[in-house]
Design a binder for this molecule. Structure first.
Ligand code: UDP
Ligand code: MG
Length: 168
């Protein structure tokens, strides 16, 4: 058995359509463990880094706007890490194909996705594509202490005079 971790994002259309509960219920069929979760704002830098493999595509600017919530007036995503046996394979299977019109109708994207008139695939959820991408994405979206299991090697660093926000 191969344990895998995958980043899951509930994209702004998923949040706007109140699909969080539905999507988490569908994902719970996998019996995988949620080892990190948060609501996050998506800066331009984070969005561009997340989708850097698509930088040369004609739809790049559109998907940056999409993941940042500019198409739905929802400036946030829900980010989670699922962990367990064949996590990537299982979550991608449940998510369905990238193009929601081609996705199996019972999959998450087949059930809730759409293609906009400008051609963007609004497919409500992101799942990492393979183990290498999962590691890159999880490290991009989460700090080590936000993940409750030890997925990748860490190191101790002393940060001097780093300004952080504390409760007032
Ligand atoms: N996308 C799109 N048109 C395309 C391909 C991708 O709008 O022709 C969007 C879609 O929202 C997709 C995201 O860009 O989820 C990232 O594309 P990728 O090829 O990584 O697909 P995924 O891994 O999300 O299935
Ligand atoms: Mg992808």
């Amino acid at each position: 058995m191969t344990n895998q971790a995958t980043l899951i994002l509930i994209k702004p259309d998923g949040l706007k359509k109140s699909l969080t509960g539905n999507i988490l219920t569908r994902l719970s069929e996998t019996k995988l463990e949620i080892v990190a979760a948060k609501i996050a704002r998506v800066s331009k830098e984070l969005a561009e880094e997340h989708y850097r493999h698509l930088k040369d595509k004609p739809f790049f600017e559109d998907i940056i706007k999409y993941i940042r919530g500019e198409l739905h007036n929802r400036h946030k995503v829900m980010a989670l890490v699922y962990w367990g046996e064949e996590a990537i394979t299982k979550c991608r299977q449940l998510a369905g194909s990238t193009n929601p019109e081609e996705a199996e109708s019972t999959s998450i994207r087949g059930s809730y996705g759409r293609i906009t008139t400008s051609g963007v695939y609004e497919n409500v959820i992101h799942v990492s594509s393979d183990e290498k991408e999962a590691e890159r994405e999880i490290k991009l979206w989460f700090q080590p202490d936000e993940v409750i299991v030890s997925l990748y090697p860490t190191k101790d660093v002393v940060e001097k005079e780093k300004k952080i926000k504390a409760w007032g």
